[in-house]
Design a protein around this ligand. Structure first.
Ligand code: ACO
Length: 331
């Protein structure tokens, strides 16, 4: 057992499929318009995997980039957590597939499913292992292939989602930096509002789907919308209180990217300008648990954040689940 230390970000990376699906492409597939999608969601395009390519390939590339950024070898990684709600296989897990392909021979590996909140849940696990000194390097890969579970005939959902992966290597950092606090929560009784059936589908779910026994993603968009705006405010306020900070101490919020109107609604409730809330939604759509690590990678590479900045990370989604964290940037 090593001595206790702060846990922070050592390296970041992301990866997307090459294929771009624009709103104009979707106009040819379902009864929708570029204008409706842009106005109601803020999304312009999303990246889509070819049918014969598994989603974990994106995670492999993102993971390699994060390790290279941190200058840490794959054999040094102690634990790989892949956050996903779209695993290629239930077993072997996405994390084992990635472990094998990157050559992280000494790492333990498991998948964590908290839908779009997965990355924050993963961070809270990494924080415990690193703070206690039990592990030195924990790699979290948010890796999603939502195109594989979307019903491409359903305009209510197919315009919203995309594929992508973001990876972050966590490890020991200097005193005063890194993860300051994390907060996670769940409301299972609201889970019926977003479903992706796997080995079973309930009669209630079939009824909600208009009698259809399909294994695709189904969502009551307006219920999730109302929940998302409220929970973003609640979770952000909670971590600020826990950390003894105010919104004035925060440089940027990096939230889960689901809908620009959710981000603007939350900014209004939090009484902050929209530009304090990072968004890259127009390029990728909703990529579930990959959106926060991808957002961090983009914000860092765009030099929007620098050493010493306090960030709020906040996510919400299927389960229903939510999570938030405050991190003091150490890179
Ligand atoms: N193109 C054109 N019209 C559409 C489309 C479309 N793609 N989709 C829906 N419409 C229509 C509807 O049929 C409806 O028509 P009607 O009035 O004739 O019935 C009208 O537009 C309005 O529909 P609403 O559902 O009220 O539209 P809303 O403004 O609520 O936007 C949306 C829908 C974008 C889904 C929104 O509710 C939303 O973003 N919800 C949150 C989603 C989310 O955050 N998910 C996160 C978790 S996802 C996860 O964990 C996998």
């Amino acid at each position: 057992m090593n001595k206790t230390c702060n846990c922070g970000i050592l390296g970041l990376g992301s990866c997307f499929p090459k294929k771009v699906l624009t709103n104009h492409d979707l106009e040819k597939m379902v009864d929708t318009s570029n204008e409706w999608i842009t106005k109601r969601t803020g999304i312009s395009e999303r990246r889509i995997l070819d049918e014969d390519v598994p989603a974990h390939k994106l995670g492999v590339e993102a993971a390699k980039k994060a390790l290279a950024d941190a200058k840490v070898e794959p054999e040094e990684v102690d634990l790989i957590i892949v956050t996903t709600e779209t695993p290629d296989y239930l077993t072997p897990s996405m994390s084992c597939l990635i472990q094998s392909e990157i050559g992280a021979t000494k790492a333990a590996a498991f998948d964590l499913n908290a839908a779009c909140s997965g990355f924050i849940y993963g961070m809270s696990v990494a924080n415990q292992f690193i703070r206690s000194g039990f592990y030195k390097y924990v790699l979290i890969v948010g890796c999603e292939g939502l195109s594989k579970v979307v019903d491409w005939k359903d305009r209510n959902t197919c315009v919203l989602f995309g594929d992508g992966a973001g990876a972050v290597l966590f490890g020991p950092v200097e005193e005063g930096c890194g993860i300051i606090t994390t907060y996670t929560g769940a409301a299972g009784e609201l889970g019926k509002n977003i479903t992706i059936p796997c080995c079973y589908i309930s009669p209630e779910d079939i009824e909600a789907r208009g009698g259809e026994n399909k294994r695709t993603l189904w969502m009551d968009g307006s219920e999730v919308f109302k929940f998302a705006v409220k929970i973003m405010e609640h979770a952000s306020t909670k971590v600020l209180d826990d950390a003894g900070l105010t919104m004035d101490d925060i440089k940027l919020i990096v939230p889960h990217q689901a809908n620009i109107r959710i981000l603007e609604g939350a900014a209004k409730r939090l009484n902050i300008p929209n530009d304090k809330v990072f968004s890259n939604l127009h390029r990728y759509g909703n990529i579930s648990s990959a959106s926060i690590p991808v957002g961090l990678t983009d914000a860092y590479s765009q030099k929007i954040i620098s050493k010493g900045d306090n960030l709020i990370l906040v996510g919400f989604g299927g389960g229903l689940t939510w999570g938030a964290a405050i991190i003091r940037w150490n890179k």
